[in-house]
Design a protein around this ligand. Structure first.
Ligand code: CO
Length: 296
């Protein structure tokens, strides 16, 4: 028997392991940010990943991000603990509770606020969540804004036969389960939980960029390891990503993969376009009130 011949997928090698840097966002809540940071401006098609917290919020002390605009990309909020309330210039409002996902396509422009839910602010507690920025292709940058809000119970989930691997499928497909969310470009956004020593192999398109981000435990990738708040960037040299939990602890990890756009990126704060002229236009449109405002 030739072992190599029977392999259906070739596993990608690790290109780098990057420690998230700590910073403060909005009114001052703690985030761990693997990128952008010095030496890694983006991870095409992904522009930013923020792990909000985890932080212990005292009653009345919860912080948020008051009214601000976005244009040219998508913001994806995934809460793990604690709740946010959002409002926007199109009149939408709602809560993002633990386990829920809000996939907001800003397109041509939206003004929104992301504030702690009143009840969470009253009680305090652990705030923990993620915000991912996904770039839009040039053809979609000025599209009408779109919201996809999926409550926790409607996020498709899967498990391995032995129960040692579970996955929540936010985008794409894993363990035979397909996401409820529709994306503009092909993306995988998967939240895996592995029992100690368990290992998964996730098929990915050989052309896509892929990385993992460790929330808890320790990821083992070949001869390398990555603890919490670390990103594992994979080389584009195979059609599967393999990760293993260390023998000591369960592994809580995100896996992201997406089709690179290969287009010029001009970014300034909350606007991500293809050219500086388009950035200047976005600033003018925002200042001129053409992205709307939130009725308070
Ligand atoms: Co925002």
């Amino acid at each position: 028997m030739q072992q190599a011949m029977s392999r259906s997928a070739s596993s990608r090698s690790v290109s780098s392991i990057i420690q998230a840097h700590q910073t403060f966002e909005g009114e001052g809540f703690l985030v761990h940010r693997p990128f952008p940071q010095h030496g890694l401006s983006d991870f095409d098609p992904f522009l930013l990943l923020d792990e909000m917290g985890p932080m212990d919020v005292q009653p009345g002390e919860a912080k948020g991000a008051p009214d601000h605009p976005h244009r040219g990309f998508e913001t994806v909020t995934y809460m793990l603990s604690g709740s946010f309330e959002h409002r926007d210039s199109a009149g939408n409002a709602g809560q993002i509770a633990p386990g829920a996902v809000q996939w907001m396509t800003a397109g041509g422009g939206v003004v929104h606020s992301e504030m702690p839910a009143r009840e969470f602010n009253r009680t305090g507690g652990i705030l923990h969540g993620l915000q991912l920025w996904v770039n839009l292709p040039k053809r979609d940058k000025m599209m009408a804004p779109r919201y996809q809000e999926i409550p926790a119970e409607n996020i498709p989930a899967g498990a391995s036969a032995d129960g040692k691997i579970t996955v929540r499928v936010i985008a794409g497909e894993a363990l035979g389960v397909r996401a409820a969310i529709d994306t503009r470009i092909p993306i995988h956004y998967l939240h895996f939980n592995l029992a100690p020593g368990a290992k998964f192999s996730q098929p990915v398109d050989p052309e896509h960029n892929a990385f993992a981000y460790v929330l808890g435990g320790e990821a083992v990738a070949g001869a390398r390891t990555a603890p919490a708040h670390h990103m594992v960037a994979f080389a584009r040299d195979g059609d599967a990503v393999e990760l293993e939990a260390s023998a000591e602890a369960p592994l809580d990890v995100l896996l992201l993969a997406g089709a690179p756009l290969g287009e010029p990126v001009a970014r300034w704060g909350p606007f991500v376009m293809n050219t500086q002229a388009e950035i200047r236009q976005a600033i003018e449109d925002y200042r001129g009130g053409r992205m709307g405002s939130i009725a308070h």
